[in-house]
Design a protein around this ligand. Structure first.
Ligand code: NI
Length: 171
């Protein structure tokens, strides 16, 4: 499959809720592997399937580039769900689908996420700090939510205005 095109705001595919996968077949495996390759090349810490134009509940992430002491390397999750969330933390986020922009986002400090791996085995991941941020960011994507939806309305409007201006310039 090679590397995949990453869709950027305001593309519609990013703003819709992704659907659960009903089985994990070779096609899902190929998509996941291509997403991993695309994420590492970008480079980014995570990628959700709708960012590459496939509106299904599949995410890949690896925080070890940003956090060398991370307890987990590559994580691939099918139909992930946040089952516990507690505390608060603020972290400056960016997104491959929201190029050239970063802003502080407030999220839970600790999350417990469950889902399935590519072998259809149920997995659960307890995360804090940066890994918890990336998990919440990627799971948001599956619900059509971008990090710019979690910043102040004023900041969001300024960002959107900038994108519109750029699009008009590019014709
Ligand atoms: Ni993102």
């Amino acid at each position: 499959m090679g590397t995949l095109k990453i869709y950027t705001y305001p593309d519609e595919v990013l703003l819709k809720k992704a659907v659960p996968l009903e089985n994990i077949d070779g096609e899902v495996e190929r998509l996941a592997n291509a997403m991993v390759e695309t994420m590492y090349l970008a480079p980014g810490a995570g990628l959700a399937a709708n960012q590459v134009g496939r509106p299904v509940r599949l995410v890949v992430l690896d925080v070890t580039r940003m956090q060398e002491d991370a307890s987990q390397g590559l994580i691939i999750l099918v139909n992930p769900v946040i089952v516990e969330a507690e505390g608060k933390q603020v972290f400056e986020e960016g997104c491959l689908s929201v190029p050239d922009y970063a802003a502080d986002v407030k999220r839970a400090a600790r999350v417990l996420v469950t889902g399935y791996d590519l072998a259809e085995k149920e997995v659960s991941i307890e995360a804090q700090g940066y890994l918890a941020v990336v998990l919440q960011h990627e799971l948001d994507h599956l619900d059509g939510i971008l990090f710019i939806d979690r910043i102040s309305r004023l900041k969001r409007e300024l960002y959107k205005r900038g994108v519109k201006k750029r699009m008009m310039k590019e014709g």
